[in-house]
Design a protein around this ligand. Sequence first.
Ligand SMILES: [Zn+2]
Length: 206
Amino acid sequence: MARLLFTSIEFGSLSDPVDLEQKKQLSTLIGKPVQFMKQSHSDQVISISTDIADGQINTIPDADALVSDQSNIALAVRVADCLPLLLYSTAVVAAVHVGRKGLLNKVALNAVAQMRSLGAEKISGTVGPHICGNCYEVDSQMFAEITKTHPATAGRGNHLNLFAGLAAQISDVELLNLDICTKESSDYYSHRRDGQPGRQIGLICL
Ligand SMILES: [Zn+2]
């Protein structure tokens, strides 16, 4: 059974580079060392299996999705409006960073494929606090481009619903939306609202 954790502003920002003390606190909360990644809105998925030595995480890979079938590590994704997607099956988990670019480059599909290659069968997911479809407005050209290939994202005006687009993209995954909007809730960092580099986190482990 996977364990999930999402932080809020109360925990403090986890922007790059993550403070060692905060890393320790997160490890204590979830009971395992935490693997971060250098996120860049890419489609890159990394499998974490042998990166642990003496309980220390040695490297921070360039990736926007971490997948693992190891029970001695927790996976982290950092966000501040993008979707923190945590995926789980009985023996494989993943932490995925899905923004507008990630929806287009199908990083979540890549993560699901990687989970399946590690033996995952039924996969479920939880999407933590992110900007909602009523708050995420883009210019009309971008709206037209994205909704053409991802019609589920189309909201009123030029608003994009990234969760709806993601749910359509990985339709074989049962997705739970925590339904917390980062722009509307002052408990969470929002890039659109604050323009600050503050980040909250989604954590998952087996
Ligand atoms: Zn909203």
